[in-house]
Structure formats: structure tokens, C-alpha cells
Design a protein. Structure first.
Length: 119
């Protein structure tokens, strides 16, 4: 919902490290555009908990960072905070897909799917 009246499309680049006890820390940068003049960049830190006790499956995640709105040649910086829930589905040893939903401020909600590589 990085748009005043409709939806926006976006892309995410992220990196996370698994910690003991089914936890992970990481960084993400999200870019979105509403296709009519508003772009948003969201650099954020993440803290994730895998509910079922492994580094895959159901997770809850807290995000905190900046929310940089680019509109009409102006840059409007805001604080961003959100909660995300999803499911990391492993596809073999190295690949995964991750459908998720999120709520937070200053956006209302978002849904998406992330594909990635595990190292």
C-alpha cells in the first residue's frame, strides 16, 4: 500500500543470518512504485523467529527502519515499523520461496512472495 489510492508493485533485496534458537537477523531494502509518481525506498533491519523450531517453516518477523517517499521531486523521510508473517518453503538444499503478509506504519498492509538462495 505504498500509494495514496491504489496498490504499488515492488522488489526486495535482503540478507539474513540464522542464529541459534530458531532466530535470524538481517537487512532488507525494498523499492516500490505506484506507477503514477510515488516511489518508496525502505531500508530496514529485521528480527525473525521461526515458530516451528528450524530455519524454515512458519515465521514471525519485526522490521524497523526508514521509509523514504520520493514524490514530485521531494524526499520525505519517515520512520518505518512493521510485523510480517509467512512461510519459508525450502526447495532442495539451496533455494526457497517465501509467501508473506505484513502490516505496519506508515504503510497499511502488504503481501508478496520472495525467492532466494541459501548459502
Amino acid at each position: 500500500m505504498n500509494s495514496r489510492y491504489n496498490f504499488a508493485g515492488g522488489a526486495v533485496l535482503g540478507f539474513d543470518i540464522n542464529l541459534p534458537h530458531s532466530l535470524a537477523l538481517g537487512l532488507t531494502v525494498t523499492y516500490s512504485n505506484n506507477f503514477s509518481g510515488i516511489s518508496v525506498i525502505e531500508p530496514a533491519a529485521l528480527f525473525r523467529w521461526y515458530i516451528l523450531g528450524s530455519s524454515a517453516g512458519l515465521f514471525l518477523q519485526a522490521d524497523a527502519g526508514a521509509y523514504l517517499v520520493l514524490e514530485d521531486g521531494e524526499l520525505i523521510p519517515l520512520f518505518m515499523g512493521g510485523l510480517r508473517g509467512g512461510f519459508r518453503l525450502l526447495l532442495g538444499e539451496s533455494f526457497f520461496i517465501e509467501p508473506y503478509g505484513r502490516v505496519g506504519y506508515p504503510f497499511v498492509f502488504g503481501i508478496g512472495v520472495i525467492a532466494g538462495i541459501r548459502f
